[in-house]
Design a protein around this ligand. Structure first.
Ligand SMILES: Nc1ncnc2c1ncn2[C@@H]1O[C@H](COP(=O)(O)OP(=O)(O)OP(=O)(O)O)[C@@H](O)[C@H]1O
Ligand SMILES: [Mg+2]
Length: 256
């Protein structure tokens, strides 16, 4: 396989948020979930998003992935600005270019594991690449569970179905909301290793939310959110350097 040098491709932006704000509710109950966030997610880069519960991580990913509306600012995927799209065009862009691993899995209870994995492609009328699909299923360790429905699977297994579903169609950009949050450390390491390899070797772009410094250390960059704003960024993170930052934010939170 020949691939262009990563350095060349990493300068291309896969997704971008500019001055992105998301406000829920009005008046006294108003919550500013995102407060003028500007960020680029470069191609062939693995970005981890960290921050306290309620800091806006899921909201940021949902808005950038075109799954949620925003109050102001703009979002683009590649060259396409989401605000300029009609509903149908947005659905198509999401289906063709974006893979999403939800915090709550979002599996369909009446479909078995394999059907859940191939559902987005079935809807799009696309045939899965069998070889790729098999390697994804093997990587997540679901070969023996493909005929089971979500209720017959453990939480960790359901999460692996959700991971396989996002990877199956080889989207340009994958968003994962705590994609390894329910996995034991070995399965988690396998999924993270696979994501990182797909970034390194295939130029895949991945953005994932995590609370785990060890998971964040797989990333090329860690972005820290607090109160709907980006407050820090670390390149080439290690578990220790991430933990260090987290402690510093905690300390700030306690003294303020
Ligand atoms: N539908 C909604 N209506 C009102 N407020 C909301 C809604 N969804 C999220 N929020 C608020 O927006 C803020 C950001 O939420 P978000 O889910 O993005 O946080 P998070 O960083 O993903 O947290 P966690 O780590 O717990 O998943 C929170 O204060 C939350 O209460
Ligand atoms: Mg969340």
């Amino acid at each position: 396989m020949t691939t262009a040098p990563i350095a060349d491709r990493s300068t291309l932006v896969a997704a971008r948020a500019t001055e992105l704000s998301k406000i829920y509710g009005q008046g006294e109950t108003q919550v500013v979930a995102l407060d003028r966030v500007s960020i680029d997610f470069r191609q062939a880069e693995l970005t981890a998003i960290m921050g306290p519960s309620g800091s806006g991580k899921s909201t940021l990913m949902h808005c950038v992935a075109g799954l949620d509306t925003f109050s102001s600012g703009s979002v683009s995927i590649g060259e396409t600005e989401l605000g300029s799209l009609k509903d149908k065009q947005l659905t198509k862009l999401r289906r063709d270019k974006i893979g999403f691993i939800f915090q709550a899995f979002n599996l369909l209870p009446t479909l078995n594991a394999l059907e859940n994995i191939t559902l987005p492609m079935d809807i799009a009328g696309r045939k899965p690449d069998k070889q790729w699909l098999d390697s994804v299923i093997e990587m997540v360790g679901l070969s023996g569970r493909l005929g089971h429905r979500p209720a017959q699977l453990s939480g960790g297994q359901q999460q692996r179905v959700a991971v396989a579903r996002a990877l199956a169609s080889r989207p340009e950009i994958i968003f994962g909301d705590e994609p390894t949050g329910n996995l034991d450390s070995r399965s988690g390491a396998e999924v993270l290793g696979f994501l990182r390899n797909s970034v390194r070797e295939l130029g895949q772009t991945v953005v994932m939310v995590t609370h785990d410094p060890v998971a964040a250390a797989y990333a090329d960059r860690v972005v820290f959110l607090a109160d709907g704003r980006i407050v820090d960024e670390v390149y080439g993170p290690t578990a220790d350097s991430v933990l260090d930052r987290m402690k510093r934010f905690d300390a700030k939170g306690r003294t303020s």
